[in-house]
Design a protein around this ligand. Structure first.
Ligand code: PLP
Ligand code: COI
Length: 354
């Protein structure tokens, strides 16, 4: 990795908002720390990243983000261990995926050193904002958008890369009930489903609202062609346990290649659990729910961590999942979070000290 020639400039906030935050009752992503990282793309190059006070951004009404949706983001977390050391989990994977998304949305590549060293500098400045309460962490949101102007439907010539942080608790407040989608699609072959593009989420909001009106917290998307195979949920990849086998759908150009998903697969294999990465049909899921071989389902993602699914709705019928004393979800969640919070050996080399 190329390193930054100069140290990252840091402009400190005049006062801190930290004393206004109730760290014992954190929701997800709704309060923001004192600083952010900013990097501007202009005249064909990225300026060196700077840490500045968290503040609003001024944009021209003709900025292309508003019209053509050139916007991508990442989600990651910083964890503080009981000795006050700070850790990131596989941050280079987020950098790679941001640049994969950038390529698909015709956004210029972010130099790896700007991402990694900028992130490190920001998290060092914000280390007091990393909660130590169980289950809490500092959620980190790197994002890039078209700040350049013009109504011409073509890529902008100016962009902003920002990293903002939000001390956060759980994404879901309990078990999650999901609806298997039969009408709408999140992504299509050849589309942008594999990218973490803002528009992928906007497109989910309406069908997810229809599902929420019926009591479901997330939609499980099915393939756009036949709606016969499950793909992923709105904010997480999905795992299914039939008897003792743990399975998840293969990634494709319609599915986000989740960092949690691949970590869970590696940990499960290490635990001696049989895993399968294969197409899972809705028919198979319904049949397994009916004959009792469907033992559990859970979602996996940075925000969601490992979130057990209590049941699913399909074709007007609800299928409840059993309460397990010893679930794969709790075993795998414990192993992964023990690595993230530096409570256990990191045999995979995933932890990155800040
Ligand atoms: N799928 C979608 C649509 C997501 O938004 C996320 C969250 O980032 C995931 C899957 C899980 O990805 P990761 O584990 O990298 O956070
Ligand atoms: C994440 O898990 O980091 C995400 O980006 C999901 C988002 C919808 C909160």
């Amino acid at each position: 990795m190329e390193t930054l020639a100069n140290k990252i400039a840091i402009e400190r906030a005049k006062s801190s908002k930290i004393h206004d935050v109730d760290f014992d009752n954190l929701s997800f992503g709704s309060v923001y720390s004192d600083h952010m990282l900013v990097c501007d793309y202009k005249d064909g190059e990225w300026s060196a990243p700077k840490v500045v006070p968290y503040q609003p951004i001024t944009l021209d009404p003709s900025a292309k983000i508003f019209h053509y949706g050139q916007s991508i983001f990442e989600g990651m977390k910083a964890y503080k261990d009981e000795n006050g050391k700070v850790w990131l989990f596989r941050p280079e994977e987020n950098c790679k995926r941001l640049n994969k998304s950038a390529e698909r949305l015709a956004i210029p590549q972010i130099p790896e050193a700007y991402f990694m060293e900028g992130l490190n500098a920001l998290i060092q400045v914000e280390s007091d904002w990393i909660p130590q309460n169980p289950g809490s962490s500092l959620y980190i949101r790197p994002f890039v958008f078209a700040s350049g102007n013009g109504f011409h439907a073509s890529p902008a010539n100016e962009y902003k890369f920002i990293i903002a942080c939000a001390p956060s608790g759980s994404y879901f407040s309990g078990k999650v009930k999901v609806l298997i989608e039969e009408t709408y699609s999140r992504a299509a072959n050849g589309g942008v489903g594999y990218a973490k593009a803002g528009g992928n989420y906007a497109g989910q909001f309406y069908p997810t609202k229809l599902a929420a009106d019926k009591g479901y917290q997330q939609v499980i998307w099915t393939d756009d062609n036949t709606h016969e195979f499950i793909e992923e949920a709105g904010a997480m990849n999905v795992f299914v346990r039939i008897n003792d086998t743990l399975m998840t759908a293969p990634t494709s150009d319609r599915i986000l290649d989740g960092i949690t998903r691949k970590s869970i697969l590696d940990i499960a294999k290490d635990e001696g659990i049989t895993t399968e990465v294969r197409k899972i049909s809705v028919h198979e899921l319904v049949e397994a729910a009916e004959n009792g071989s469907l033992k559990e389902m859970f979602g996996a993602g940075t925000a969601a961590v490992v979130s057990p699914i209590s049941g699913f709705g399909y074709h007007g019928k609800d299928y409840d999942l059993p309460e397990l004393e010893e679930s794969y979800a709790s075993l795998l969640k414990k192993r992964m979070t023990d690595i993230q919070y530096n409570r256990a050996e990191d045999k995979f080399g995933w932890r990155h000290e800040v």
